[in-house]
Every structure is written in C-alpha cells, then in structure tokens.
Ligand binder design. Sequence first.
Ligand code: AMP
Length: 391
Amino acid sequence: MHIVPVSQLDLAGKRVLVRCDFNVPLKDGEIADTMRIDESLETIRYVIDHGGAAILCSHLGRPKERTPALSLKPVAAYLTKILGKKVAMAPDCIGEVTGRMVAMLAMGDALLLENLRFHPEEEANSPDFSHELARGKSAYVNDAFGSAHRAHASTAGVMAFLPDKAAGFLMMRELEGLHQFTQNPDHPLVAILGGAKVSDKIGVIRSLFTKVNMLMIGGAMAYTFLKARNIPIGRSLVEDDKQQLALELWAEAAQRKVELVLPVDHVVAPSPDAAATPQVVEVIPADMMGLDIGPRTVDEFRARLAAARMVIWNGPLGFFELPAFAQGTLKIGEAIANQPGLRSLIGGGDTAAALEGQPWSKSFTHISTGGGATLEYLEGRELPGVKALER
Ligand code: AMP
C-alpha cells in the first residue's frame, strides 16, 4: 500500500480540497460534541501553514436534498473561533458562486463547502459531480477515516480528477494504528463487542472468530444471544429475527475454540430513563429492561482480561448515555487502560464517546474515530476511500 502523507505533499500555491469528517452531533442547531472537528485541525493547519489554500468539505447527517437544518454553517463558525482566522462558508459544494469563492481564496486561508450530501450524486459517486468537486483545485487530502468505507464522490471518485493526493494526519494515524493490530497481534487476544445491534456486527464477529481467543459480549447485543438460549431477558432490546443466527454464531465459536462470554448479571430498569431507579439482578424480570452489565459480569470480564495481551473493543456495554447505565463500560475501560502491557484498540465513535474525558482514557494504545470504517477494516475488507488514495 503506497499512500503519501500530507507532510510529503508540495502544498505551496495550491488550492487543496480537504475531505474532513465534520459529521458532528447537533442539538438545537449547536454542535454537541466537537471531537471530530478537533481531530482534523492538525491537517487543516498544516495545509494553510504550508502555503496552501484549504477548501474543506464534509457530509453531515443523511439528507437526500438541501436541508437547512443540516447546513455545515455551525462548523464554519467553530473553525473560525478555534483557528483564529475567518473560515468563510460557501453556499454549496459545487456551482458558479462557490467556484468564484474557491478561485478568490487567498493562500493560507480556508473555505468550508456546504454539506456534500445536499447532492445525491455524492453518494452515487457520480463522475460528473466528482469532476465539478475537483474544479478549481489542484491537490486533494483525505482526512475522513470515518467515511473511508464509502465509495462516494468526495472519498473516492474525485481522485480521478485530482491525482496529486495524500492522506491527512488523522487518516495516517488511524491506518497505522489499525495496521499494527491486524498485522502484529499478541495472544491471548480478547475481543469485546457491545452496542445495540447484532446485525451490524455479524461480519466482524465471524472474522474475529478466526483471530481471537475469546469474545466477550455486552450491551443490548447480548440479549439476542441470551434469548436464543432461552434465558429470560424481560423487555430488553432484542433482534428477534437474529435468534437463529446467534445460535449459529455460538456453534461456530465452539468449533473454532473461541470462548464466548456473556453477562451473568444485569443492571435493569423499566426503561432507559434518567429518573429510573436501577436494580442489579441475575434473572431479568418480565417487566424490566437490561441496560448495563452487572457487577459480577464486570468482575468476570476483568478477571479474563487480566490474562490478555491484546484487546479489541467495539460498542458500549450499556446505555452509557445515562450515568446510571454507564458503569459497566467505564469499569471495563478503566481496567483495560490501567493494565500494564495490554495493547488496546478501542473502536467506534460511541465507544470512544463513552470513555472520552476519563483521566485514564489517554492510556489506550489506539482509539479509532471510525465506526463502520473500523469494523470493515477489522473484517479485513478493503476500504474504497483508502484504496483510492494509493498511488
Ligand atoms: P451501536 O451503534 O450498535 O454500537 O450501539 C450503540 C448504542 O447502543 C448506544 O446508543 C447505547 O446506548 C446502546 N446500548 C448499549 N447497551 C444497551 C442496552 N443494554 N439497552 C439499550 N441500548 C443499549
């Protein structure tokens, strides 16, 4: 794989299209979490400090057409504040007015294009749209690892028109971090999966079976596995149409001698509500939902982790958005972070968000910002956005 990092690109005097991942959570028109923007600052600063003009682009949400609530304007305002220089906002990502703004942009300055997904041609990877997106620029930098599993115009197609291409610092860090894990694994290797859906993660479960010694499952995902074995799960979130699949995965694990570890107790409440009084149970009552792994499960997971030399973790182990159901995720996070010699890969936006800001969260070996992209990488699939960056 030959990918040039942005630090090896000659940027002086160039208008550089920089694909970022500004797909941030918004609440009442405000950015609720700036992590994704902050992660791309190094690359943006590098381009403008090395004599280039940065033309930033990203998607936000899943609009099918122009949707004012999904404008990137709040991102331009945040960038202006944090970079200490005006980041102008273009009315669109292509077209005449935007083209003029791109042409007039001074070297050392930055311009943010409007949400790429206001045009369905972005996701369709249309060559005409890619050509328009490339117009007026002479180099391309991709820093949007979180979108690298998509073959869209801005992550793949555009490079046909901008052969002077490179990976940003975040993209390089992600690729190097993940490469270390897949190419040089240490054993015992333990995987932890959580989150809401089994269906999203079947591919990665199957591929993990060929690599890991043990798979621990928490989060809502666990209830599909427990119900398949007739263990009562009350009103917990479950994918009823995946029971058969769960049984097959169970059999596959046994055949491959991968130990499958499931929760033995649970933190339950009638619903995921901040006002609910959580209880710890071993058997989930019919009117309750399992919302976190219980303390005995935390101990079991920790005891097994103590022997591990490498851990891959994707998906929160409970409804972490409410502190009452975040304890399992936090206790396992702390145990991993504090275990000397344990290499840890924490993947997925939700898992990172759940652990962010904890005093020990800097001790993980690699925290991946990608959700789907990280899972597909771990499955061993080729990421179109990475493939297109190869020279
Ligand atoms: P995913 O996108 O599949 O990684 O799922 C992440 C979501 O799973 C988060 O929003 C969590 O709140 C949710 N989650 C994890 N455990 C549970 C649970 N026991 N019940 C309901 N939701 C859960």
